[in-house]
Design a protein around this ligand. Structure first.
Ligand SMILES: [Zn+2]
Length: 426
C-alpha cells in the first residue's frame, strides 16, 4: 500500500474534499503524510506552478511550525510558528477531522534538524563547520537543547492531535545544496559539544580538522581523484564519518526512548537519503533501522537520487574536461557503478536501474523487519517517465511506494497512475 506527502498549504488553500478525491484516484494509497513544519523550499521545486492551488501559484516555505503548540521560548529553543496559523486554519486538525471516515492513515511528517529555530540558546545548538562558522538553520544532534525541544513538541502534538506515528525527516547533517551550493555544510560538525564528545571518545579533533582541510584543498585545486583517495584512505576522515553516523543514530534512539516514556505507542518512521549518499550525511541504515518499523528514501534516477549533483559539479569544476573528471570522481566516491559521462547525466540522469539498485542496497543494509518505501517523484516529469519509475520501484526490494508530492503533481500524473492501476497501462 502506497503513501503520499502533502504540504500545509495544500490543506489550507485547496481543502480536504478535493485532496481526498485525487488521492482516491491513485487506488492503492493507505498512508497520507502531511508536513507539519516546513523547510526553506520553493513549492514546487525548483520551477513551475502549483497546478491546483486556487490561492497561490507558488509557495515559499520559511521553516515554520504549522501546528498549534505551547510556546517553548522560556526554555531557550523553539521553532517559529507559522504566522497564518489559527484555530480555524490548523492544517493538522483539519486533515485529522477530514480523514475520520476515510480509509487512510495520517502520519504527520516532521523536519527535525533544519528549520527556522529561535530562542536565547539557539547559538549554542547550531551546526558548526571545520572553519568555525555556524551553518544557519541547522541544529546539531549533539547539542544539548535540541532533544528537549523535540521531546516537548512530540508530546504536545500527541496531546492536541492524538497522533502517535510520525515520519521524521532532516535527521542528518547539511548537504551541499540549499539556497546556494556550499560544500562547507558537509565539513561539520565542530561545535563545542561535538568537539568535547570526540575528545571523550579519544578522537584527535585537530587531526580530523587538518585531514578535512586537506581534502577541501585538493577539491579546490581540482585534484578530484586524489581527493577521493585521500578521503577513503585517511583514518581521521573515516573516524569522523563514523562519529557523524553514531551522533545521528544516537539522537534518534534517545528521542524515541524519551517520547516512549510518555506513551509507549509512539512510533517513528524515518526519511533517509538513498544509501549512495546517506553514509556521508550521518545516516547509517543498519543502526537507524533497528529503531524504526518503516523508512522512506528517494531514489529517483533522473534527479540523481535527490542530490543536487549538477550544483556540486558546477561548483567544483569549470571547463567541460574538469566537469567530466569531477563527475567521474563523484561516481567513485559514492559507489555509483554507471558507465556514463557527465554530459549524458545532465541530459538523462542516472540509468533507470539506479532505482532498483538503491532499493536493493537499502534492503541489504536495513533491519529485516523494516518496511521500505521507495520515494516516487510526482512532478516535473512526463506520465511515461512516472510509470517507468513506479514499475522500477515495484520490481525492486522495496515494499511500498511513497509519492512526492500531492501539491506539485499535475492532473495528468494522477490520471497516468489511475490508468496504470485500473488497466495496467497508461
Ligand atoms: Zn555539533
Amino acid at each position: 500500500m502506497s503513501g503520499i506527502q502533502l504540504h500545509p498549504h495544500d490543506i489550507i488553500d485547496e481543502g480536504m474534499p478535493q485532496i481526498i478525491a485525487y488521492i482516491h484516484k491513485l487506488k492503492d494509497v493507505k498512508y497520507v503524510f502531511p508536513e507539519v513544519n516546513t523547510i526553506f523550499e520553493r513549492n514546487p521545486y525548483p520551477v513551475g506552478k502549483l497546478p491546483r492551488n486556487p490561492v497561490r501559484d507558488v509557495v515559499f516555505g520559511t521553516g515554520t511550525m504549522h501546528a498549534i503548540l505551547p510556546s517553548y521560548e522560556a526554555s531557550g529553543l523553539d521553532q517559529r510558528r507559522e504566522p497564518t496559523l489559527s484555530a480555524e486554519r490548523d492544517p493538522l486538525m483539519i486533515i485529522k477531522e477530514a480523514m475520520q471516515d476515510e480509509p487512510f492513515e495520517v502520519i504527520p511528517w516532521l523536519n527535525i534538524l533544519n528549520g527556522h529555530f529561535e530562542g536565547a540558546l539557539l547559538a549554542n545548538n547550531l551546526v558548526t563547520d571545520v572553519y568555525g562558522q555556524v551553518i544557519p538553520h541547522w541544529l546539531c544532534p549533539n547539542a544539548p537543547d535540541v532533544i528537549d525541544f523535540w521531546e516537548k513538541a512530540f508530546v504536545d502534538l500527541y496531546r492536541r492531535y492524538g497522533f502517535t506515528s510520525y515520519m521524521i525527516d532532516r535527521i542528518r547533517y547539511p548537504d551541499w545544496a540549499g539556497e546556494e551550493v556550499n560544500p562547507r555544510g558537509l565539513l561539520t560538525c565542530f561545535c563545542s559539544h561535538c568537539q568535547e564528545k570526540m575528545a571523550r571518545q579519544h578522537l584527535d579533533v585537530n587531526a580530523i580538522k587538518e585531514a578535512l582541510q586537506t581534502w577541501s584543498m585538493k577539491l579546490k585545486e581540482k585534484q578530484f581523484d586524489d581527493a577521493v583517495s585521500h578521503a577513503e584512505q585517511n583514518a581521521h576522515i573515516q573516524a569522523w564519518i563514523s562519529f557523524r553516523q553514531e551522533s545521528v543514530s544516537g539522537f534518534v534512539g534517545r528521542l524515541i526512548e524519551r517520547v516512549r516514556k510518555v506513551n509507549d505507542a509512539f512510533t517513528i518512521w524515518l526519511d533517509l537519503w538513498p544509501p549512495a549518499y546517506s553514509w556521508m550525511l550521518g545516516q547509517d541504515y543498519a543502526g537507524l533501522t533497528k529503531l524504526s518499523p518503516a523508512l522512506k528514501h528517494f531514489p529517483y534516477h533522473k534527479l540523481g537520487g535527490g542530490a543536487d549533483v549538477q550544483g556540486l559539479i558546477g561548483y567544483l569544476a569549470d571547463t567541460e574536461q574538469e566537469q567530466e573528471e569531477a563527475f567521474s570522481a563523484f561516481k567513485r566516491f559514492f559507489h555509483l557503478p554507471y558507465d556514463l559521462s557527465y554530459k549524458t547525466f545532465q541530459e538523462e540522469g542516472f540509468p533507470i536501474r539506479f532505482v532498483a539498485d538503491q532499493n536493493n542496497i537499502v534492503r541489504a543494509q536495513s533491519d529485516p523487519n523494516t518496511r521500505i518505501f521507495s520515494g516516487i517523484q510526482m512532478w516535473n516529469l512526463s506520465p511515461s517517465n512516472l510509470i517507468e519509475a513506479v514499475k522500477a520501484g515495484e520490481n525492486s526490494a522495496a515494499d511500498e511506494l511513497l509519492y512526492y508530492c500531492y501539491g506539485w503533481a499535475a492532473d495528468e500524473l494522477f490520471d497516468a497512475i489511475q490508468s496504470y492501476r485500473e488497466k495496467g497501462t497508461n
